[in-house]
Write a protein that binds this ligand. Structure first.
Ligand code: 1GP
Length: 252
């Protein structure tokens, strides 16, 4: 079964899926094995590995460690073309559709594509949208793009529909790591009603209640990074997983 099919199965069976983001620059490799095992037991449906920068050079050590300690999908969430490795199950093949920077619309993809093909990694074509966060996030600064205003759900919807018509498999609405404000429920609802692609949402989600609201508004996958780096214990992860798992999907 492909990773994409596994993700769709999670959505089908659990209502929505919960991803824990691991930024190698922020996670200590020594404590990673126990954290990954605990987060898996607590109900995480996948691990995203990557970051806007890579100040450390142990990206592959992180991937190897995560992979060795979990049975759920390990997916690269690349901040740059340096973050491609066959050690993961799949890679989010990100196209930064909210921006107008050609490097992130096609330039980096052209450089990465042959490497990904050679590696055998499954590429998950993802329309990636940065949404205004109330502060300048690393993703915004590093990509040199302007996020979509948080109070313009119609603009976000038009981008999501473009992703669907182009043939992408997922859309990722990201307020960016450490966002002051997460993506609004209104924006998620607007997209979920009119776009059939599964929605990943992340950035600034700090409580299980907020995570639940994202799912109720139409998100298929919820990502936490910053808050679970700070509170990396099993019971906290479990609260998030339970909030996201709303039960088998009736229709989405
Ligand atoms: C960032 O969506 C992720 O790309 C997670 O954001 O670190 O704010 O949880 P946080």
């Amino acid at each position: 079964m492909t990773t994409y099919d596994r993700l769709l199965k999670v959505r089908q069976e659990r209502g929505a899926g919960y991803f824990v983001l691991l930024d190698p620059d922020k996670n200590d490799l020594g404590s990673l094995p126990s954290f990954i095992r605990e987060a898996t037991q607590a109900g995480a449906d996948g691990f995203l590995v990557g970051g806007s920068l890579m100040l450390t050079n142990d990206f592959e050590d992180h991937l190897r460690t995560v992979k060795q300690n979990t049975s759920v999908p390990v997916i690269i969430f690349p901040g740059s073309i340096m973050q491609v490795s066959p050690l993961a199950d799949a890679i989010l093949f990100l196209i930064l559709i909210s921006g107008r920077n050609p490097d992130y619309l096609i330039g980096n993809q052209v450089v990465a594509a042959p490497i990904i093909r050679r590696s055998g990694l499954e590429a998950l074509s993802t329309g990636y949208m940065l949404i205004e966060a109330g502060n300048t996030t690393s993703a915004e600064f590093m990509s040199n793009t302007k996020p979509i205003p948080r109070d313009k759900p119609d603009i976000a919807l038009a981008h999501a529909l473009a992703a669907e018509l182009i043939g992408m498999k997922l859309v990722y609405l990201d307020a960016g790591s450490g966002a002051r404000e997460s993506v609004s429920d209104d924006m998620l609802r607007t997209i979920a009603q009119r776009c059939s692609l599964p929605i990943i949402v992340g950035g600034g989600i700090r409580t299980p209640e907020d995570a639940r609201k994202k799912v109720e508004a139409g998100a298929s996958f919820v990502v936490t990074g910053t808050i679970t780096e700070l509170n990396n214990h099993r019971s906290f992860i479990r609260e998030f997983a339970e909030a996201v798992h709303t039960g088998p999907a009736v229709k989405r």
